[in-house]
Each structure stands twice: as C-alpha cells, then as structure tokens.
Design a protein around this ligand. Structure first.
Ligand code: BGC
Length: 833
C-alpha cells in the first residue's frame, strides 16, 4: 500500500527546519523527504523529447521522441496526447514523478540554439500542442513542468539577459502559450526562466508569478530552472516554491536568518511549504519503478515511428518524384552525412541515451527489395565536432575514478564504470568516497578503426583532458585551454590531433581527465554543473573534393538518389545560439553538384530543428524537412519517401530565405546585458505578412501525395460573435486525389482596421482531417474570445474590439482556401483566461 500523508497535519507538526528544507532540492533531481511523516522524496527528470532519468553519464537508455518543432509540425492533438502519455510511462519506468517539459518558449529567430525544443513560432499552435502533451503525460499520474516561464528565447547570456519587451508582445506572443496551458491543461508544475523581463529576473518577480496564480487562477508548483534561483528573500516573497537543484545555495540557513530579520514572513514559508507538500502528495500517488529501467515496447516503437512520419514536412515535390516506387528501383544512391548517422535530438538537456536509433540507410535497405543495388556515399561531412567514438569502433571501454591525479605517486581507484562511447558528463555522477568537487578519471578502451589513413581526433572538455593512443600523447587539452561552446558554454574548443592508423588494428585508447575544477579557464557568470565533462570524436581525414566526386558518380549511376544531410546536436543545442543559418561547410556544394547531374531523380532530405538556408532550392524538385526524429528517425523518413505514409505535416514556423530577413535579426544576441524585442508582436509570419517580405516556405506549409478540395465559403455561425456566444466556422472538404491522406485546415482571423495596428492575420484554430480517396466531410472549428482580442496596454486588459473580422481557412498561412466573416457588435474588455 502507498503510504500517504495529510498536508495540513504535516504542516502543523513539522519543524521550521523541515519546512525550509522542503523549499529546495536535496540533489540534482530530488525533493526533501520527511520519513517520520510519510513525506517521500520525489524525483524530477528531463527532458522535452524523452526521459533521461537521473544520470547524464551512463544513463539508462530511453525512448527518444522527435524534437519539439517536429511535434509542432504534426498539428495533431491526438497523436501528441499519445506522445505525452509515452513520456509519462517512461517517467514511471525511470522512477520519476515529475517530467521537466514541455518547453514552450518562442522561436523569435531561426538561430535560437534551443529553438528545436519548442513547438512553434505561433503562440496558439504552441499552447495547443503543449496542452495535449501535458494532458497525455498527466493521464499517467506523472506531473508535467511546463517551462521556461518566460522569455528564455535565446541562449546567449541566458541567465543575465534582460528581455526588453512591450506588455502587448509579452501577453500576445510570449505568455500566450502559458496562458493556453493554464486554461486547457493546468499542469502541476511550472519552471521559471533564467532571464530577466524588463529589468527583473522572472524567478523573483512578484508581478510575473502572481499573474499565474491570481490572474489565471492556476496554482502549479513553481520551481526555478537549474541554478536559476539568485536570491533568498526576493524569490521567496515573489512566489518561488522550490529552488532547484540542491543542495541549496539560497535557502536553508539564509531563510532562517531572513525570517529572524522579518524579511520573510512565517506565513510565506508556510505557503511555499504547503505548495511543495501538495506537489509531493500529488506526485506520490503514482507508483513509479523503484529502480531506473527501460521499457522499449513494440507499441512504443510503433507510436514513435508514427509521430516521426507525421512530423515530416514535404516542402517541395514539383514533378511528383515522391513517393519513390520502392518495388521498381534497380539502383538507388543513398548519399549524405545523415544517411548512416541519424540526428535524433538536439543538444543540451534534451539529449539522452536512446534505446536505439534507426538510420535512414538501414530503413531504406529494409524497405527496398533485396534485389535493389544500394550505393552509399557520405558526400560531405556535416559535423561540427568530430563524431563521438561509439561501440562500432570501441570495445571493452571503462572509466576509472580517483581522488588523486594521474601524476600522484599512488592512486586509489574508487569506482569503475563501463562506457560505450567517448563522451561523458559527470554533473550528477557520484561514487562512494569520491570528492565531487575535485576528482580524476581515466577512460581506457580498445579502438579499432574501420579504414586506414590519417585519423583526426577532437577533444573538448569541461575540466582538463589528454588523449593518448598506444601511450602516445595525441591531444593535450590540459596545459593550454581555449573556451568554446560545449557543455552549456563551460567547455573548451575542440582541440584536434591526428595519427595514421591501419584498419582492423586495435589501438589502446586512453583519456586522462580532471574534473571541472581542474580547468584553467575562468567560469565567472556561468552555471557550474560540477563534475565536468569531455567529448572525444574521431574521423578519417578525407579529401573533400573526392567525397563530392564519389557522390556525384553514384547519383549519376542510380535510378534515384536520396540525399540526407543537415545539422545535429553540435550545431543546435542548449547553451549557445547558432552563428548563422547555413548548412555545415561543404554541404551546399555537395547538394548543388548532385542536383547538377541528377535533379530530376534526387530527393533532398534536411534534418534540422530550425530553418537552414537552401541556396540550391530552386534546382531541387523534391525537398523534405525531417527535423530531429528520435529513435525512429530512419523509419519515419523512409515511410514518407516510399509512400507508406502520406505526408501531412505542416511547418510550425516560417522558413526565411535569408537569416537577415527574420524579424529579430537586428535584435538577437544580448548586447550590453539586454535584448530588445524590437519586432514587438510581429514574430514569424506576423512579420513576413505585414512587411510583404517573401519567405522560402510559409508558416503552415506542407504538401501531400493527394489533393483536397475545400468549399470556398467558410460559414460562420452565429455571424455575430460575443464573448459569451462564440461562433463555429464550417467548411466542407473532399479528398480528390488517389490516396488516403490528412489535411490540416488552419483558421486565421484578420481584425478590422482600427487605431491599434494588428497583424495581417493570426492563427486561432485548426483541425486535422483524414480522408480516404473521394471521401468528403464537414469540418467545424470554434472561434473563441482570444481570436478577436488584443492586449490593450492602456487599460491593462484584453480588448475584443467591435467590427467585422475576416475569417480564412487555409492549407498554409498563404494558401487561402475558404473565406468568411464574423461581426463583433460591441467592444468588451476582459482579464484572466
Ligand atoms: C535547462 C532546463 C532543464 C534543467 C535540468 C537547465 O539547464 O534549462 O530545461 O530542465 O537544466 O537539466
């Protein structure tokens, strides 16, 4: 039987010391237990696309869903509800009660390092998808933690940056997804962001936190982002319940002292402790696994594959090259950096050890008849850091831990952990007797290269590290260190060394590592995750020109070519923003050269979490956007390429032609400690439409292998709309093409001209309709008060303004299918939800 407790009883009887201890974590992932009162310690875990569990290092493998933008691209409430449920079940397997997701910050600009984690540039789509995912997760009993409230829309100086934003943009764009979540899902927890909004860190801003509790009447547990509590008194008084992670840096004895000085009231402590207890009580209703373990069930794999396939956007298919006729291909060329190395997730707290990862190469081979000849060429490398060495080339690898450096006359081995890769993060690692603040580790393993020639090795570290091969020093990243972007900005650049190796020969590989505090680099102003981390990659040095030539020859020879490339978690990650929007060096050239000889039979597949420039797009006939696709990346893409799944996803963001066209281009990084949200409410398509600026692919765009007919009239009933009496928009749709498929009907609303400028149109509803060939149906989409209202800064209220609004239903923000109108007879103001 689950032991339980009564919150009032516990509060009335525990010591002040225990009350205060409840207000911060005890370690990276757990809350403070009070066993005498049956109050357990509950566990929280990352992250947005999968459940990593308690270990960054040697973690228990997990299901990895497609990234946030991919989930946003499904526009599929039901499927995302299922995906959320899968994450809940994964939490249960990992012994966790609380999921640290979803992320619903805004994709202000394509360069946001963490843009891939969020769902959309549109607040309605973002809040709607988030709500489905939260409801799915919480249906398992696991508590979801929507994050990061609010304005963590860039990585640059994320803990310090002051976001200067108008109240209107804050309300209409940045807070709106949270508001929708508060209205439709009401998850049990909310994580504050690292940044400031208009001069004050959100984590200690009473106005921001009371908006949640008083205005929206939603009372989640409010926890800080990791090391994102900066004060004792202000954060307590503003309403921050839980400082994470532990051990506490700002609470404990500091709260005791602040109470004595009457800077914090006893009632405030009681209120925060009550909230933590309520959270723990709710969390502990669900029985989670006592040991961290995996699930990896066939039905989870099938769901993950369906989510991936449903997220893939067919951007272009000019002469109907896709789907490829898999039964009639004699020879296919599979080209590109991502063909054998799928990008399954972006970097940072979103990344995890997956149960498995299906490559597109393997999925194509699996889908094609055995008689098909398959030609493979990498064509151009696309990595930023050299690829981590994993169990394909590494055997019998272990890491030994010591409290003494390698130079010590005597070392006592405190623990040994097996590893399958040469990348590790020790931020939450511990072993009996290990001095967490200063320790050393030695990784040893057998490395057997699969090709002869000059191999490049790349080593970046948070701490210090040297690489030895057969006891020869190949990289010194100890005596001289240069700061880079790895490990949330705390690591060095990747130092390169090389060595000529012979294929099939086994070499003794050794990394001598010193933990975080051995680093010679100053780390002022950054989160110190402790422990440290290192990343060793390796790659055969190739002649870039020869690689392209080989790829071109394969494309020429083959009946069809699939060229899959893009970015990966080295390019898009928590901790830094992208420097530009381009594909990795050499990749555009590869695509151009292949298209020059084989455009009519080549499909280009791009994997990235956010847009990339596509200078070759006019020459490409078929282009597929595949995001970071999770465990089932290869299957999901192959399903669409070969037509087993009819693509139905739509871009959840605008795809600019050039990075300089995006609305945040002039105001992105932190300058002088602040970033000005100068584009105001005109984020994404709201900007491109208002300014008439062309995009490569508009928001909401995505093609299908079938065609749909939509009646040109959108009937709105009742035709006059009031806050109490919302309207329904009705359209008729028929599948007029040869195969079954889904269309996503998007409802946009344009406000009448008024003194207050409004976007040309805004998304306020959508419906995904699946139809067999010749099947037709009537679709209704509800219009609510959000659709007619803007934030009136003078009144500090939402204003639904009198006038005639046009209503359009489109298959993208630009492709209008049906029109109608609705009248608001009387201006009304409102607050709340
Ligand atoms: C991230 C959060 C994450 C937390 C715990 C922070 O760096 O911003 O999203 O949940 O770490 O890993």
């Amino acid at each position: 039987m689950t032991r339980t407790f009564d919150v009032d009883h516990v509060l009335a009887n525990i010591s002040d010391h225990d009350k205060i201890a409840l207000l911060s974590g005890i370690d990276f992932w757990h809350t403070h237990p009070i066993p005498e009162f049956n109050v357990p310690s509950v566990r929280a875990t990352d992250g947005p696309n999968g459940i990593r569990g308690t270990k960054f290092f040697a973690g228990i493998p997990a299901a990895c869903l497609p990234c946030g933008t991919a989930l946003g691209a499904t526009w599929d409430r039901k499927l995302i509800h299922e995906a959320g449920k899968l994450l809940g079940d994964e939490c249960i397997a990992k012994g966790a009660h609380c999921w640290l997701g979803p992320t619903i910050n805004m994709q202000r600009a394509p360069l946001g390092g963490r843009g891939f984690e969020s769902f959309s540039e549109d607040p309605y789509l973002s809040g709607t998808i988030a709500s489905s995912m939260i409801l799915g997760c919480e249906s398992t009993g696991i508590i979801a933690t929507v994050k990061h409230f609010v304005g963590n829309d860039q990585e640059h100086e994320r803990r310090a940056v002051d976001v200067l934003v108008t109240q209107r943009a804050l309300r209409e764009i940045y807070l709106r997804p949270f508001q929708l979540v508060a209205r439709d899902a009401r998850p049990g927890a909310l994580m504050t962001s690292y940044n400031k909004i208009n001069g004050k860190h959100v984590v200690e801003d009473p106005e921001m936190l009371s908006l949640v509790r008083d205005e929206w009447k939603w009372n989640p547990l409010v926890m800080s982002d990791w090391y994102g509590t900066y004060t004792t008194i202000d954060s307590m008084n503003a309403g921050l319940d839980l400082e994470m992670p532990g051990v506490s840096r700002y609470r404990g004895k500091y709260i005791e002292s602040a109470v004595q000085a009457r800077l914090i009231k006893q009632s405030t402590i009681d209120a925060r402790a009550r909230k933590v207890l309520e959270f723990v009580k709710q969390a502990s209703q669900v029985k989670v696994s006592e040991v961290e373990k995996g699930r990896d069930l066939p039905e989870d794999r099938a769901l993950n594959r369906a989510v991936c396939a449903n997220s893939i956007v067919l951007l272009k298919n000019e002469r109907g090259l896709l789907p490829l006729p898999k039964k009639n291909i004699h020879k296919i060329a599979l080209i590109g950096s991502h063909m054998k190395t799928p990008a399954i997730s972006g970097g940072g707290s979103a990344s995890l050890e997956p149960y498995y990862a299906v490559s597109l190469y393997d999925a194509c081979v699996e889908a094609l008849p055995p008689s098909t000849t398959v030609l493979y060429e990498a064509g151009a490398y696309a990595h930023r850091m050299l690829p981590v060495i994993d169990d394909r080339l590494l055997r019998n690898a272990v890491i030994h831990f010591y409290n003494e450096p390698v130079t010590a006359p005597e070392r006592h081995r405190l623990s040994t952990e097996p590893t399958t890769t040469t990348a590790f993060q020790f931020m939450d690692y511990n072993a009996p007797g290990l001095n967490r603040s200063l320790f050393w580790a030695t990784l040893i393993g057998e490395f057997t290269p699969d090709a002869s020639g000059l191999w490049d090795f790349g080593l970046s570290v948070f701490g210090t590290a040297n690489l030895y091969i057969d006891d020869e020093l190949v990289i010194d990243n100890t005596t001289q260190q240069t700061r880079g972007t790895a490990f949330f900005g705390k690591g060095t650049v990747e130092e390169i060394g090389s060595k000529t190796l012979v294929a099939g020969t086994t070499y003794h590989l050794r990394i001598e590592f010193g933990s975080a505090n051995t680093t010679s680099m100053k780390t002022v102003g950054m989160v110190n995750f402790g422990g440290g981390a290192a990343n060793l990659g390796a790659c055969l040095r190739m002649d870039a020109e020869q690689m392209v030539e080989d790829a071109v020859r394969a494309a020429q020879e083959a009946d069809y070519t699939v060229l899959c490339t893009g970015l990966n978690r080295d390019w898009e990650s928590e901790g830094f923003d992208r420097a530009h929007m381009d594909l990795p060096p050499g990749v555009d050239r590869l695509i151009e050269r292949v298209l020059a000889v084989a455009a009519h039979k080549t499909v280009v597949v791009n994997q990235s979490g956010m847009p990339v420039t596509m200078p070759w797009v006019d020459r490409a006939e078929s282009v597929v956007q595949a995001w970071y696709g999770g465990n089932e990346t290869g299957h999901g893409i192959a399903d669409v390429v070969f037509g087993d799944v009819n693509p139905c996803a739509k871009l959840p963001l605008s795809w600019p032609v050039d990075v300089r066209h995006n609305p945040a281009y002039l105001n992105y990084a932190s300058v002088g400690g602040r970033v000005l949200y100068g584009e105001d409410i005109y984020v994404g398509y709201r900007f491109y439409e208002k300014t008439g600026r062309e995009v490569l692919f508009p928001f909401g765009h995505g093609l299908s292998y079938t065609t749909f007919d939509v009646s040109p009239t959108a009937t709105v009933s009742p035709a006059t709309f009031s806050l109490e009496n919302p309207s329904l928009v009705t359209v008729h749709i028929k599948n007029t093409g040869p195969v079954a498929g889904a269309q996503i009907l998007q409802l946009y609303v344009s406000a009448p001209d008024s003194l207050t400028p409004r976007p040309t149109k805004e998304l306020h509803g959508f419906e995904k309709v699946y139809l067999q060939p010749n099947e037709e149906t009537t679709v209704q989409i509800a219009l609510d008060k959000y659709a007619t209202s803007f934030w009136d800064e003078i009144e500090g209220m939402w204003k639904s303004e009198k006038g005639v609004y046009s209503v359009v239903v489109g298959s993208s923000s630009q492709d209008v299918l049906a029109r109608g109108s609705v009248e608001v007879e009387q201006t009304t103001y409102w607050r709340g939800l």
